[in-house]
Ligand binder design. Structure first.
Ligand code: S3P
Length: 441
């Protein structure tokens, strides 16, 4: 069975050393493609991540009438132009929009389509069709959009947009940048100021990028607002490297004795680099250097030097949004550290591409490490000097972040690890394995 394919990952032969560059940020790439598609005129994009998830956004906006001319560059990124539908609005597509594995594409599209007179069915792969959508449809319905079937939690769902959306003030039940973005994008076309308040700060790429497209936006203290109606104007976006991909290299360097690496030109947005703070709290040697800003996104380098004797730490609930995609790989680092690490209030991990809490507990148990859930908290009891059992098979559950986490268990471990469905790395970081092997030469 091809979907049970196993990839054997052997321990790295040398420490990780030198300069690394990671592909473009996935969240910023999605937004660059979607906002350009919504805009009047032709936007110039560079550094766009070429991965399955971003391709889902590109294909969706093409089906909605945007002209996308993004070409593969020598560094593997995509660059070129997107001519948006602007004042014309999106075209009525003749087939459902298949968002593949991409929650960001599906959820942001709901906000993109809500203010227009279209009926568009949104669907996705098996994993995406299990993920909750009411968190997005509920506020958009308050604004005047409809979804068919009404009240259904999962895809496929048909967005029935409306031209006269109401601006709302919405208290988000969870810190989710996808929810925040969907509401703000619909709010761009509503009359008045749409405000979203979140319980703790989620990634703020939308608030930073919308003003670049001419949208009056404010953001402070967990509150973001846009004032509409407003037509987005074409812009230029240079996408910095993805900190969520950089996290795997940083964690590898923290685990592999003798490592000393610099990851260049990566986003240093504080809403995204919580993992550097968590590694520091575990005793790792991490240095950030700010170099400048792409648009309003700060970027620079992250250096990590291996030091022995990592120790456990506690990550408080209000910091979880800043490491939401890095919890699995940080849990693997915690598995090698002395003492217990606690990640508070990580219930959101249950509704990612797979149930990442259950998957982490299960995978670490196979590694011989005690990890457990208590309510919404995740505990990992580390084992310095952890030995990988021979013949170990770990399951990615077709989840890209788990595929890379379990691959790292093999790369940084004492024996090879076979990872089921490792090729799901193509969702966010297709060249993950070759990058890691090159850094260890
Ligand atoms: C994302 C937001 C996060 C994150 C996802 C990308 C985004 O999801 O986990 O990988 O680009 O807005 P939530 O909004 O569900 O927290």
């Amino acid at each position: 069975m091809s979907n049970e394919a196993k990839t054997v990952i052997s321990p790295l032969s040398s420490p990780l050393r030198g300069v690394a560059r990671v592909p473009g940020d996935k969240s910023i790439s999605h937004r660059a493609v979607l906002f350009s598609a919504m805009a009047e005129g032709t936007s110039q994009l560079s550094g766009v991540l070429d991965s399955d998830d971003v391709r889902s956004s590109i294909e969706a906006v093409r089906a909605l009438g945007a002209e996308v001319d993004l070409q593969k560059q020598a560094d593997g990124s995509l660059a070129g132009t997107v001519c948006g539908w602007g004042a014309r609005g999106p075209a009525q597509p003749d087939a459902p929009l298949d968002c593949g594995n991409s929650g960001t594409t599906a959820r942001l599209l709901m906000g993109v389509l809500a203010p227009w007179d279209v009926r568009v069915e949104i669907t996705g792969d098996e994993s995406l069709r299990r993920r909750p959508m009411r968190r997005i449809t509920a506020p958009l319905m308050k604004m005047g959009a409809r979804f068919v079937p009404e009240g259904k939690e999962t895809l496929p769902l048909t967005v029935c947009g409306a031209r006269d959306l109401r601006a709302i003030s919405y208290d988000a039940p969870m810190a989710s940048a996808q929810l925040k973005t969907a509401v703000l994008l619909a709010g761009v076309f509503a009359h008045g100021t749409t405000t979203l308040v979140e319980p703790s700060p989620s990634r703020n790429h939308t608030e930073l990028m919308l003003p670049e497209f001419g949208v009056p936006t404010t953001a402070a203290n967990c509150t973001a607002s846009v004032t509409g109606p407003c037509l987005l104007k074409a812009s230029e976006v240079a996408v910095p490297g993805d900190p969520s991909s950089a996290a795997f290299i940083a964690c590898a360097a923290a685990l592999v004795r003798g490592s000393d690496i610099v990851i260049e030109d990566v986003s240093l947005n504080t809403a995204r680099i919580g993992f550097t703070r968590t590694l520091e709290r575990m005793g790792a040697d991490v240095t950030l250097r700010h170099k400048g800003a792409e648009g309003k996104e700060p970027f620079g380098s992250i250096s990590v030097r291996h030091v022995p004797n990592l120790h456990g730490c506690e990550v408080p609930a209000e910091k979880i949004a800043s490491i939401v995609d890095e919890v699995p790989v940080l849990a693997l680092v915690a598995a090698h550290a002395r003492g217990v690490t606690v990640f508070r209030e990580v219930g959101e991990l249950r509704v990612k591409e797979t149930d990442r809490l259950a998957a982490v507990v299960e995978g670490l148990a196979l590694l011989g490490v005690d990890a457990w859930e208590d309510g919404n908290d995740l505990f990992v009891e580390g084992q310095p000097g952890l030995r990988v059992p021979s013949g170990l098979v770990l399951d990615s559950k077709c989840d890209h972040r788990l595929a890379m986490t379990w691959a790292l268990a093999g790369l940084a471990g004492s024996a090879p690890v076979a990872v089921k469905n490792f090729d799901s790395v193509k969702i966010s970081y297709p060249q993950f394995l070759s990058d890691m092997q090159r850094l260890a030469q």
